[in-house]
Write a protein that binds this ligand. Structure first.
Ligand code: NAD
Ligand code: AKB
Length: 316
């Protein structure tokens, strides 16, 4: 029986991963945790929740022992834009926290899911159709922690046999919880503003092309990889996964099919633009398709339709 701990469970991914894992393995089998507790809710409120700072080794160790955890989905981290504002904190949380999670996993023989990012690439990486194995010299603190995290995963697997697995997510789009301060956040904000005000001021340039993914596919990727037949996994860590590929202008045009009066303007933030410019325009996810049958369900059209429908319900 799986007994799962999720760190950073109140964030954009965790808010939906907790629900999906509880549906699959039972409510009591999934312990949600975060450094904060919102007054209104503790994850989805249907199972155990712990206040847990992932930089505190003892807290992780005690929680894993108390609940007899065998699998950790480690989501606690600072995202790219926030990490550029606070590089020291980003190093402490993204690197220090992950190292401690891996140490507890080694000690208690837990499997670990680690979400890396397209941010693990940099300006010297091939920009189009970025391969699975390629140059990784990121120029952001976020990217530095993601590459180091990928390497640590490989190290803990080969040196200690810890069952580490991970994907490189593109920008994630969802309506349940807001994004946590990334460079791709525009692709979520745009939907809120399209419904509320029929206009949006975008902080990236009109033709900034990036890979994106709808949250149901991101959740599926995490669970499918953790359940994949280990004997087929050549890479194990940091699989490129992609679903949709577009610019702000293309996304605005797609939204306009549903909200014809929608207008997009541009007020470019140089910091986030520089981060986006250092990332691939598109990544090649054929290795994930070969090794664990990765296949997304949503493209730009189906994601936009579903996002607008659900966000309209949410916003009343
Ligand atoms: P998020 O910012 O929405 O959530 C992160 C959560 O971590 C927050 O709830 C925060 O309170 C918590 N947290 C922060 N510091 C903590 C600490 N010291 N101890 C415990 N919890 C702490 O992030 P997310 O979008 O859910 O991302 C989760 C993971 O997925 C991150 O590693 C991120 O880099 C990665 N990722 C996300 C995206 C995306 O588009 N959302 C894309 C690629 C990779
Ligand atoms: C960010 O923009 O920081 C994240 C990511 C792609 O890692 N959404």
């Amino acid at each position: 029986m799986q007994r799962i701990l999720i760190t950073g469970a109140l964030g954009q991914i965790g808010s939906e991963l907790v629900v999906a894992l509880r549906e699959r393995y039972g409510c009591d089998a999934v312990v949600a945790s975060d450094i904060r507790m919102t007054p209104a809710r503790d994850a989805d409120g249907t199972g155990p929740f712990e206040l847990l700072d992932c930089t505190d080794f003892r807290q992780i160790q005690e929680t894993v022992r108390r609940y007899d955890i065998d699998t950790i989905y480690h989501l606690a981290a600072l995202l790219s834009a926030v990490a550029e504002e606070k590089p020291r904190v980003a190093w402490d949380v993204n690197m220090g926290g992950f190292y401690k999670v891996l140490e507890v996993a080694r000690e208690s023989k837990c499997a670990v899911f680690h979400p890396s990012s397209i941010g693990a690439f940099g300006p010297s990486t091939p920009r189009d159709g970025t391969p699975q194995d390629t140059i990784q010299r990121p120029t952001t603190m976020y990217g530095v922690t993601k590459v180091a995290g990928e390497l640590l995963c490989d190290y803990y697997y080969t040196r200690f046999g810890v069952d580490t697995r991970g994907v490189r997510y593109p920008g994630l789009i969802s309506y349940v919880a807001p994004p946590g301060g990334g460079t791709t956040d525009y692709a979520v904000e745009i939907f809120y503003e399209a419904i509320r005000n029929q206009r949006y001021s975008c902080f990236l340039e009109a033709d900034t092309c990036l890979d994106m993914m709808y949250m149901p596919d991101a959740i599926k990727a995490a669970i499918d990889l953790m359940e994949a037949d280990a004997s087929r996994l050549v890479h194990r860590n940091a699989f490129n996964v992609a679903a949709a590929n577009f610019t702000p202008e293309t996304l605005a045009a797609e939204i306009r099919k549903h909200i014809p009066e929608f207008v997009i303007k541009y007020n470019v933030d140089p910091v986030r633009q520089a981060i986006a410019d250092s990332w691939p325009a598109s990544i090649d996810d054929s290795t994930a398709r070969e090794e664990w049958d990765w296949a997304p369900s949503y493209d730009l059209e189906t994601m936009t339709t579903d996002m607008l429908e659900n966000l309209r319900k949410k916003l009343g």
